[in-house]
Design a binder for this molecule. Structure first.
Ligand SMILES: [Zn+2]
Length: 487
């Protein structure tokens, strides 16, 4: 049986976070009542003329810079002609021969290996409106023009991906970057980050590509992986049964768990691209490009690397904490405040904050696009960990205090005070308690004297029980060893 190798290229449409549309002043907010964000330009009324949105162009340049693309100082808007009810002009304004961003790349990690995926181009285009199909016998299709004219970047990868896992890793990494630089809100459910996948297979060792199928508009990472895996298996089945793969557009049906043919695939020449005579070429000066490069925030990969170096967190922890821009910011703020308050070194502080945020804080965090809500402010985490550092409470009590912080919103030190949770550091009181326990446990004391030192754990447990976990563990250990040696 012939062994096949998949060849995958991805086209991602990402909505840019510009307040207004690409060629008019209509707002881009999601979820407004249908057809309330429209004007003569985005409804294509006769005589209306487009004016490019400078902010959207800048965001697209930043997307290009973050993906190491060659940014063109001269690019051209082109008309992509086709008829569809969600496209009132009869053409979409896109870019064709001269896109804003040329060749770039993105490095992905799969199974511990780094692989460089080429970016063919990143161009700017407007989104189409949205058709809302009714169902049933008397169903009609309605068109909501709110989305029509929304600014997008289309990010086209080289056909460098060789598995569904690589495709998923690429998409996740791409989304992270666009979110961290504030170009896109990463919201797959609302369709602001959508993916088309070109999938073909070829016999292993063959240079020439096979015939590809395009999988359209897959709106979750999980579906991308499943859709590509299914499509690879489908094409293998076709070839192994002596058939030929047809070039076509397919869609993923989650309900049926398979890809379904939609239509035969168009070629570029079907769209009769030509430069849009209503729009002058886009000019971005070298100075402007450099200013936009300088304004780029730290990218997630650089952040992870720096955190490991400066803040002592593990590769895994860094991955979790950089999973969302707001979580990254929260971690950095809590660490900075903890360092300021405790005087600890970044390496010790970062590790402690990372552990606590992952173990306790994250399960209370909810994210929605670029927004995130946290149970308590980062300063409160710094204060709480500071109390552990000073020996006022131990790590176990810190978790209790945190639960009360989440419930009441009170400051950690107030809760520790009110609930009497401060550790007993009064060595007299601890000593008294230990003497009582030793007197009550003659057999364990005898075991200790026989050299079974692991019985210490038993005594520590008893002291903690008696003091409801509030005894300072260091003091307990010291006194315990001293008194045991006196026995
Ligand atoms: Zn408009």
């Amino acid at each position: 049986m012939t062994a096949y190798e998949p060849v995958i290229g991805l086209e991602v449409h990402a909505q840019m976070r510009s307040r207004t549309k690409l060629f008019c002043g209509c707002p881009t907010d999601y979820g407004a009542p249908p057809n309330t964000h429209t004007c003569p330009v985005c409804l294509a009324l006769p005589g209306a003329l487009p004016v490019p949105n400078a902010k959207a162009i800048e965001l697209a340049v930043q997307a290009g810079l973050a993906l190491e693309c060659d940014v063109a100082s001269h690019s051209v808007f082109a008309r992509k002609n086709y008829f569809y009810p969600d496209l009132p002009k009869g053409y979409q304004i896109s870019q064709f021969e001269l896109p804003l961003n040329g060749k770039g790349h993105l490095d992905i990690e799969v199974d511990g290996e780094t692989k460089r995926i080429g970016i063919t181009r990143i161009h700017v285009e407007e989104d189409a409106a949205k058709n809302i199909h009714g169902s049933g016998a008397s169903a009609v299709t309605l068109v909501d023009f709110n989305r029509g004219g929304t600014p997008l970047v289309e990010i086209v990868s080289d056909p460098d991906l060789r598995s569904a896992e690589e495709a998923e890793a690429y998409l996740r990494k791409l989304r992270d970057i666009l979110m961290f630089i504030g170009v896109n809100d990463g919201n797959l459910e609302e369709g602001s980050f959508r993916c088309d996948a070109n999938v073909s297979i070829r016999p292993v060792g063959q240079e020439e590509f096979g015939t590809r199928a395009e999988l359209k508009n897959i709106n979750s990472f999980r579906f991308v992986k499943k859709a590509i895996e299914h499509e690879i298996a489908r094409q293998e089945g076709v070839l192994q049964n002596g058939g030929t793969v047809v070039q076509e557009t397919r869609t993923w049906s989650e309900g049926q768990g398979k890809t379904i043919s939609m239509r035969s695939k168009e070629e570029a020449h079907d769209y009769r691209y030509f430069p849009d005579p209503d729009l002058p070429p886009v000019a971005v000066s070298e100075e402007r490009i450099e200013a936009l490069r300088a304004a780029l925030p730290e990218l997630p990969a650089a952040k992870r690397e720096r955190w490991q170096r400066e803040l002592g967190v593990t590769d895994y922890d860094a991955g979790v904490l950089s999973g969302h821009p707001e979580i990254a910011k929260y971690f950095e703020q809590a660490t900075r405040l903890f360092v300021e308050q405790s005087g600890k070194k970044g390496k010790d502080a970062g590790k402690k904050v990372a552990n606590f945020v992952q173990a306790e804080v994250l399960r209370h965090v909810t994210t929605d696009g670029l927004a995130a809500s946290f149970p308590v402010a980062p300063g409160a985490i710094a204060e709480l960990l500071g109390a552990v550092e000073e020996g006022t409470i131990n790590g176990k009590i810190a978790k209790k205090v945190f639960a009360v912080m989440v419930e009441t919103g009170s400051a950690p030190n107030v809760i520790i005070e009110e609930q009497g949770l401060a550790q007993v550091t009064d060595t007299g009181a601890i000593e008294e308690e230990i003497r009582r326990i030793l007197d009550a446990s003659p057999s364990q004391v005898a075991q200790y004297k026989d050299g079974k030192t692991n019985v210490i754990g038993y005594f520590v447990g008893q002291v903690m029980k008696a003091t409801k976990g509030a005894a300072n563990p260091k003091a307990v250990n010291e006194i315990l060893l001293r008194l045991l040696d006196e026995q």
